[in-house]
Write a protein that binds this ligand. Sequence first.
Ligand code: CA
Ligand code: CA
Length: 266
Amino acid sequence: MLYWILEFKKMCFEFLRISETQSARNAKGKSSVSKMRAVKGLFTSAKARFKSGGTRMGIVLGLFNPELSPFQKKKLLHEFHTFFDLNKDGMLEWKDFDLARQKICEMSGWKPGTDKYIKTHDLFVTIWRKLSDIGDENMDGKITTDEWLRMWEKFNEQCIKETKKENEESPEKKVPDWLQAYIEYKFNLYDRTGDGKIDVDEFEYVLSDFGVPPKDARSAFLMFSQNNEKKVDLEYFKELCSDYYRSDDPGALGNFITGKLVFADE
Ligand SMILES: [Ca+2]
Ligand SMILES: [Ca+2]
């Protein structure tokens, strides 16, 4: 644990050093400066927490409060708009999941009628059915941003209750069933060469399709791969994703999994 903390601190300093040199070199103006300040703030808060040392993980993760923090809401809404609402009409419908299904089939060269094509279709039908069962409160076939956030609050509540009942070890790592399946799809989408791990080029390539700037994608990858030292396989990817969806910890490495570097107000 201590080793990991020291490594993480080392990496943060290195990341800041590189970014500062780059930002001085590029001098891109106000927005880039304020972005760097926000990134700095994030690391400072993470460092402070590590220094204090005694904070219990459950408290850090904000799991004893079912309400979503502004930080959690920002992450969840970012995911909603960038990766789920593919036709950009502000709500989730089967259409969006059908587009996601087409995207992976096209990128992977799976032709209609093939085994992979049919399996992917079934997978997306299942994901959407499970998600709309719990998320679409008024059953109009659409999930609005309000319904989306309430769904996550209900899930938080449910996890808190289960923890009290069963005294489970890591409720903060729990994600809903539909999301488990979606995370595996996402991993396969990133893993273009199919070797069971994601590298920085694959990450940058896939995210560019979602409008994420290459520089941000690479910096994010550097963060969660701990300077390319940690292999980003499915197991680690799942951990990072559950941090992204569930954790309220601004220092969690999973916060970088969408390629977005800062969630603070700019
Ligand atoms: Ca939509
Ligand atoms: Ca609805």
